[in-house]
Ligand binder design. Structure first.
Ligand SMILES: [Zn+2]
Ligand SMILES: [Zn+2]
Length: 343
């Protein structure tokens, strides 16, 4: 079958590999229709930080149909449209037992610790497979996983209804936060990104206001309102430092994966009552994400930039790394694939 595998940092290849194995007990084989390229895929490609088995089929954002089920599987049936849960959790540690699977002490991710969805077929434990409505469009369904991340960030920032929100970074997660926030509650949304076209695309999709981060002032940027909730999706140390230094009586949620460290001013954080909140993956938001995509597909469609073939994926990684991606989300299309083992 066709696949895209990460071998090492900066070494991703389109390859024909053995078909995904027939599902064993409690497993499901999925015929992948579409898979999304995520910022964390690019981070892993650039740094190799999460390569735990090599080579591995990349990809943790994907949707498809159930192709075969193993013994004991009752959650889904052959032919069901499904999305994948990206979190490869152990089910046994204290965090897993308390429902915090995203904080599992042995947490890995599909596409890193186990083969992922950049392939014609993939086989997963059934607990990582979630059925969608038969009417769900599978390209839109591919946004389920990042939308769950966006919902988790909104849950973590604990914003009250109609309070304004500043979203820093208009990549896929920032865009999804903005659009879903607008669907759930029409609050004022301030948006910034160094790419003007991207921020304008997102502002149009969520009726938000582009702002220049350098000029941002939480008391003045939105006349008559104070911005006390900020979500950073860039992970950029300079951006986070800049925000942490100027916010007062505010929550700064961090979702972006960056690199490096920053000097932390504990006195400033005390005096200005700054709450720094880390947001990792998602907790229990995946079913909610699927439901929102089923109900509002047209709100999310503008975020899909274009579709590429599996063969073009390595070149697309390089395009994204060189900063030439101006759209929001790139999907890899696998849906023309045949039976397991076929090319
Ligand atoms: Zn992702
Ligand atoms: Zn665990």
């Amino acid at each position: 079958m066709r696949s895209v595998r990460l071998h090492d940092p900066l070494d991703i290849r389109f390859e024909h590999v053995d078909p995904a194995p027939a599902p064993g007990r409690g497993e499901v084989r999925i015929k992948v229709a579409f898979a999304g390229i995520c910022g964390s895929d690019i981070h892993n490609y650039k740094t190799g930080q999460w390569i735990s088995c090599r080579p591995s089929i990349a990809g943790h954002e994907f949707a498809g149909t159930v192709d075969a089920v193993g013994e004991g599987v009752t959650r889904v049936s052959v032919g069901d449209k499904v999305v994948a849960d990206s979190r490869d959790y152990c089910t046994k540690c204290v965090n897993c037992l308390q429902g915090n699977n995203h904080l599992c002490s042995k947490l890995g991710f599909v596409g890193e610790s186990i083969d992922g969805g950049f392939a014609d077929f993939t086989t997963l434990p059934d607990r990582l497979v979630l059925a969608c409505d038969p009417a769900m469009e599978l390209d839109i369904a591919t946004l389920s996983e990042p939308l769950a991340v966006a919902l988790h960030a909104l849950d973590r920032v604990r914003i009250e209804n109609h309070d304004p929100l500043l979203v820093v970074g208009c990549g896929p997660i920032g865009a999804l936060i903005a659009v879903v926030s607008d669907i759930l509650c029409q609050r004022p949304l301030l948006l910034c990104d160094r790419d003007r076209l991207r921020v304008e695309t997102v502002a149009t999709a969520c009726a938000g206001y582009p702002v220049d981060l350098a000029a941002f002032n939480q008391f003045e940027s939105l006349p008559g309102k104070t911005v006390r909730h900020v979500i950073d999706t860039t992970g950029n140390v300079e951006v986070i430092c800049n925000l942490a230094a100027k916010l007062s009586g505010s929550t700064l949620a961090m979702v972006g994966i960056g690199s490096g460290t920053f000097p932390f001013d504990p006195v400033g954080a005390v005096e200005r009552e700054l709450a720094l909140v880390g947001c990792h993956a998602f907790k229990d938001q995946l079913p909610r994400a699927v439901e929102l995509l089923e109900r509002h597909p047209d709100r999310f469609r503008p975020l899909i930039e274009h579709r590429i073939s599996p063969e073009d994926t390595p070149a697309e990684y390089d395009r994204i790394c060189s900063g030439k991606a101006t759209g929001i989300k790139t999907l890899i299309e696998f849906s023309n694939s045949g039976k397991p083992g076929a090319d």
